[in-house]
Write a protein that binds this ligand. Structure first.
Ligand SMILES: Cc1cc2nc3c(=O)[nH]c(=O)nc-3n(C[C@H](O)[C@H](O)[C@H](O)COP(=O)(O)O)c2cc1C
Length: 196
């Protein structure tokens, strides 16, 4: 099958609250992951891995996050804690993309993070190609050391994002996109040393 630009041009996020079952089944998930891990990866370091959240785990994680948030910030609004509680309960499948950076003579850590970021985006593309929708979320919890420990992260690992996947409940309206050509300029050789 040929990948058409039109297919890529229609990608858009669906908020996690607007996702419901069904999500990808085991076989579909395998295909999605196979595509998602086919990313540019300087030095073949494979600087990413995944932790899936399904079923009851989402509600339990949310409860733990809300309690942890309340302990960190005693004055936090109850509405925010409710968001923490529910965040992982909507999408039937959440794939946590974990990045891992190592010291390497030729591959700076930022390139390893970028590879993992490509994986996160490619998960969304592949899921859409399989008929699902989703979104890439982080939030405070992605950067909190205690939460990282719950995910079993090593010191050189980080949460690149939570990819929420499922079936959309609504038709999400298009949002404004940048005018791509307004972002482009040609390399200006007059800035080069010795140029006239
Ligand atoms: C690394 C990363 C983290 C993000 N985290 C959040 C988030 O926590 N909450 C949120 O509302 N959007 C977040 N977004 C933005 C959404 O994923 C999404 O891009 C946005 O809703 C626009 O939808 P679009 O993908 O159709 O352009 C994040 C995007 C990236 C790249």
């Amino acid at each position: 099958m040929t990948l058409r630009l039109d297919d890529l041009a229609t990608r858009r996020s669906v908020p996690n609250m607007q996702l419901e079952a069904p999500g990808p089944d085991e076989e579909t998930l395998k295909r999605i992951l196979a595509v998602a891990t086919r990313v540019p990866d300087h030095g073949k370091l494979v600087p990413f891995r995944f932790v899936t959240i399904t079923g009851d785990a989402g509600a339990r994680l949310g409860e733990a996050m809300a309690s942890h948030h309340a302990a960190l910030e005693p004055d936090v609004a109850s509405g925010i804690l409710e968001k923490d509680r529910l965040r992982f309960t909507f999408a039937p499948l959440i794939i946590t993309v974990i990045g891992r950076q190592v010291e390497h003579a030729k591959v700076p850590k930022v390139e390893q993070v970028l590879s993992a970021g490509c994986v996160a985006f490619q998960l969304l593309q592949a899921a859409q190609a399989e008929g699902f929708r989703g979104c890439w979320l982080t939030g405070w919890a992605a950067y909190d050391r205690t939460v990282m420990d719950w995910f079993g992260l090593e010191e050189n690992e980080n949460i690149i994002g939570f990819i929420h996947l499922g079936t959309p409940k609504i038709n999400v309206p298009e949002r404004d996109r940048p005018d791509a050509m307004s972002l482009v300029s040609a390399f200006d050789v007059s800035r080069l040393p010795g140029a006239v």
